[in-house]
Ligand binder design. Sequence first.
Ligand SMILES: Cc1ncc(COP(=O)(O)O)c(C=O)c1O
Length: 397
Amino acid sequence: MTGSQDGPANDLDQWLAGCGSHRQTQYLERERRVLSGNHAVEIQAGGQPLLNFSSNDYLGLASHPELVAALNNTARSNGVGSGASALVTGYREEHRLLEQELAEFLQREKVLLCSSGYLANLAVATSLVGKGDVIIQDRLCHASLIDAARLSEARFLRYAHADMAALQRQLELKKAGNTLVVSDGVFSMDGDTAPLTEMATLCEGYQAWLAVDDAHGIGVCGPGGRGSVAAAGLGSSQVPILTGTLGKALGCFGAFVAGSEALINHLVNEARSYIYTTAMPPALAAAARAALRRVIEDDWRREQLQGLIKHFRQGASRRGLILMASDSPIQPMVIGDSQTTLELASRLQRQGFLVVAIRPPTVRKGTARLRITLTAAHQPAQLDALLDAIATASSYV
Ligand SMILES: Cc1ncc(COP(=O)(O)O)c(C=O)c1O
């Protein structure tokens, strides 16, 4: 007898069915949709053409021919899998070159490639703090940073979003041991930027180490696309630990930690989420090198994106739509409850717009939202069409 045809077959299936129906009644059930074709603004889901407003491919690089060619060529010469973890036999010349080029770009001594941003954040927290230490985070930090803090076994404190007085109070609790302060650079679900200058000053005053996860800033903001830390005029002495992902503005996959030679050497030796996982395929490193060249050379992509962000916000305000305060490509519109947010998202999808409803636990209860993301590949007319559709759909829910 199978659980799917005749009801739950055993204890486990029964328990899972209970979890599922609880999620359903709360409008928190998640489903994946299968997309086809190139990753671009115009996509297909189940045969339906849609305009994608839920991608982190901020510079429109994911399907760029130079990235595709680099991936193909390196797969031909190096194969697909890296075959082992980096410390065994998985570390290739393409990895080394990408690390070197990222370090030059970010003006840091060294970079360590990781297989994902999630793993990069685990690497930092678990190898820098532990029992007897303290880790302090903004309450809206990304889930990977929260999990990293939990795994580190350090005392975990969180302060209200961007509240520097609260951060200071927590820093004052400092006893023996090390203190690591961690924040998103650009907040993934809100789109605003952390008060990095104030954080750096506080960390300096209290001898705490500052780590910034700039997954949504690198490539997008700051001088030459060097991210929110560079935009704040901060360097390696104020922010000694910087993580970023290759899966968003760089249109690839994988991630990195940037910092001093000593930091990277420490991670190579101590970071379990780096040591005990297969190294990223070398062809992906080659694609990321091609992406980095576009990030460095194509200022026009960032300029285009900034123009679109402005256009979108002005258009929203003209239509009386309230967006969160954000000057990043992440333009959330808080709806409140999950049911209404889902209803809005499905109305938009029926009209050809893919805007994913973001619900708890990704965001706090009562703050479910449409998280609209803009990319350099959007057209102003597509933004206007989405805004019109949101204005109309909002009047029905
Ligand atoms: C702030 C932040 N950090 C880390 C990650 C994880 O990066 P990756 O997708 O490379 O694991 C994400 C998103 O996925 C993110 O938004």
